[in-house]
Design a protein around this ligand. Sequence first.
Ligand SMILES: [Zn+2]
Ligand SMILES: [Zn+2]
Length: 132
Amino acid sequence: MHKSGHCQCGKIQYQVTGDPKWTALCHCESCRRACSAPIVAWMGFAPKDVEWSGERTFYKSSGIATRGFCNNCGTQMSFESTRWPGEIHLYAISLDDPQNYEPQLHCHYAERVDWLNTVDALPKQDGSAEID
Ligand SMILES: [Zn+2]
Ligand SMILES: [Zn+2]
């Protein structure tokens, strides 16, 4: 499968080959603050399966995590962590067509803002998106 995505202004674009290794809706505070959003839709890929055009700017959002974004429009584009060295996480809503995205679960659910009620039947776990 071939998918592409872009930031709000279009300076940064990407293409991915293959399906995501996993998908998840994250409620953690770090994701929420990075995006000023109550919930963030993720998809994890092998770095070799993502081809970028345009230069991302990077911000270290924790001791182990680096978030890439567009320094022109501010759109968050990527997340990489030493905790998951074989992965790059992309924001599903940056896809050209995010309608085809299918989240598998909610992660860091315990950190959620309590006024957001999700009505889906997906599993809700308090840890990361890893399935133990
Ligand atoms: Zn941009
Ligand atoms: Zn998160």
